[in-house]
Design a protein around this ligand. Structure first.
Ligand code: PXL
Length: 292
């Protein structure tokens, strides 16, 4: 049997040239974690869409199927299929076909339903995209919506605080839509907004997990892509779900703390380059909690 020395991920995201989001975050993180990234780019943008206007957007929908066909001919197998920002309904359909063609019982399908943040959809998203994203998550093993995206997937009203019982209900309802593991990020834990958390539900063992983080009053785009990339790298390295959550939170916290003290526009993203090497360190102190 042919040896595959490192794990391999098909990464279906856009490439935003400036602003540290999508593939410009996914590739360095997973490469540092010793995982091979095979990008299937959905679009090439001059910048991401959060906080920039007049960006150049080159849609690659029509090239995606040809890449997929070539990969099929080459019999490439992936340990993980990981999708993020998608530019059109047709692209959602292509990812769905990609999962049908390349997904199997041994690999991990991770869908990050990138659609919005802070209560609003991104400029390129609309209701129809949300409805189609609801269909795509049926095929995922793991989804990682942020709080806003969870609200859109569940048709809930936006709120600025949620208690433990309610968020557990949301996690279970999202899992009922298909994925075995649901992770919601940026969950506002208290009314004073002093803490946010990442919460997770694993239907296989019926367990709920939480990792709390100190809230920092800043919004850097691309941190969701960074979190899910670390999670994917960690799971592929063989870590348990709560340890993978912890590594994701710790890394993003270190990114934000490394960036916050500098005076530069938040839309340029976190200073990933300064902390990337942290990913090579073992988890020294873990802080996850099991929710009862
Ligand atoms: O970080 C998610 C993301 C990815 N790709 C593009 C985006 C965003 C968020 O704004 O605009 C193009």
């Amino acid at each position: 049997m042919m040896v595959k020395p490192v794990k391999r991920v098909a990464a279906i995201h856009d490439m935003s040239g400036f602003g540290r989001a999508s593939l410009s975050v996914v590739i360095p993180i997973l490469s540092t974690m010793k995982v091979q990234v095979c990008p299937l780019p959905t679009a090439v943008l001059s910048t991401h869409t959060g906080g920039f206007t007049d960006y150049n957007f080159v849609d690659l929908t029509d090239t995606m199927s040809a890449t997929m066909e070539h990969w099929k001919k080459l019999n490439i197998d992936f340990d993980c299929i990981y999708s993020g920002f998608l530019g059109s309904i047709k692209q959602i359909d292509i990812v769905s076909t990609f999962i049908d063609d390349f997904g199997n019982k041994d690999n991990l399908v991770v869908v990050d339903p990138v659609m919005g943040d802070n209560g609003d959809l991104y400029q390129t998203m609309d209701k129809a995209m949300v409805e189609n994203m609801k269909k795509l998550i049926k095929k995922a093993d793991i989804i990682t919506p942020n709080f806003t995206e969870a609200i859109y997937l569940l048709d809930e009203e936006y709120r600025d605080y949620i208690d433990e019982e309610k968020i557990k209900d949301w996690l279970m309802r999202l899992s009922d839509m298909g994925p075995n593991i649901v992770i919601i990020t940026s969950v506002p834990e208290d009314k004073e907004h002093k803490k946010t958390s990442v919460v997770a539900y694993d239907r296989g063992c019926n367990r709920f997990w939480k990792v709390s983080c100190q809230y920092i009053p800043a919004h850097f785009p691309g941190t969701g892509d960074g979190f899910t990339s670390v999670l994917v790298g960690s799971l592929l390295q063989g870590d348990s779900l709560p340890i993978a959550l912890d590594r994701g939170v710790q890394f993003i916290t270190s990114c934000i703390r490394a960036s916050y003290g500098f005076d530069y526009p938040e839309r340029e993203g976190v200073l990933l380059e300064l902390v990337l090497e942290n990913l090579k360190m073992p988890v020294l102190m873990s802080s996850y909690e099991l929710l009862g």
